[in-house]
Design a protein around this ligand. Structure first.
Ligand code: HEC
Length: 209
């Protein structure tokens, strides 16, 4: 009988072994140099962003435009947003403040009510509404009723929207401050009915009266 066959490893195919193959130092150094150079570059250029600019601004120009705006301009901007949105004024008085004869809504552009020295009448109109015939720009408007839209607005929002309508569309009357709105709101108290024009005409709106 012949001896059983024993498999012997061949000398030219050694058993595989687990070992750490040394990485070339040159490759490591080259990688480190490239990474370092890249990071330095991003750092220097600040990723193409200005260090002056962060959220909510997306460019230095935008930030400068914002920073250059006066408190009055910011108040007018907030007022314009209330005019178009929450206050609902635009739906009736139209985007250009021209009003609408079809809807019996008088204009705000050039209106003597809007342009009065003091805002005492228009604050009341916004707070409690207006009904009955009203003369605006030499025309008597009848048939429309303005609801008490100001019931949903804060004193600041009323001051902002009135400041806006007093300075938009060529109107040029003084801004309205929050304190005046609060004083008028406190003086009027609660009221269930809209104002009428004759009632409001009894409220002085110029410093001399
Ligand atoms: C639902 C429609 C409606 C909305 C909303 C409305 N108004 Fe009026 N507004 C009128 C009507 C109609 C009149 C005239 C009422 C009348 O004939 O007695 C009027 C009158 C006025 C007047 C006095 C007259 C004039 O033309 O100058 C002012 C000021 C005014 N509104 C401002 C505003 C402001 C500010 C807002 C938003 C905060 C607003 N209105 C929201 C319908 C509206």
């Amino acid at each position: 009988m012949s001896a059983p066959q024993v498999h012997k490893p061949q000398p030219d195919s050694p058993e595989p072994t687990a070992a750490v193959a040394p990485m070339s130092v040159a490759v490591f150094v080259a990688l480190a140099v490239v990474l370092h150079a890249g990071m330095t570059r991003v750092d220097r250029a600040a990723g193409a962003f200005s260090p002056l600019v962060y959220a909510p601004y997306s460019s230095e120009e935008e930030w400068q435009a914002m920073a250059a705006r006066s408190p009055l301009e910011l108040q007018q901007e907030r007022g314009a947003a209330i005019f178009k949105g929450k206050g609902g004024c635009m739906g009736c008085h139209q985007a250009g403040g021209e009003g609408s004869t079809g809807q019996n809504t008088p204009p705000l552009a050039g209106s003597e009510w809007v342009l009065a020295d003091k805002p005492d009448r228009i604050v009341r109109i916004v707070l409690h509404g207006l009904s009955g015939p009203v003369s605006v720009k030499d025309r008597v408007w009848t048939g429309g009723t303005m609801p008490p839209v100001g019931a949903n607005l804060s004193e600041e929002e009323i001051a902002d929207v009135l400041t806006y309508i007093r300075s938009a569309w060529g109107n040029a009357a003084r801004p309205v401050d929050v304190k005046s709105v609060k004083l008028i709101r406190d003086a009027v108290g609660s009221r269930a009915k809209p104002w009428t024009a004759p009632e409001l005409e009894a409220v002085p709106v110029s410093a001399g009266k």
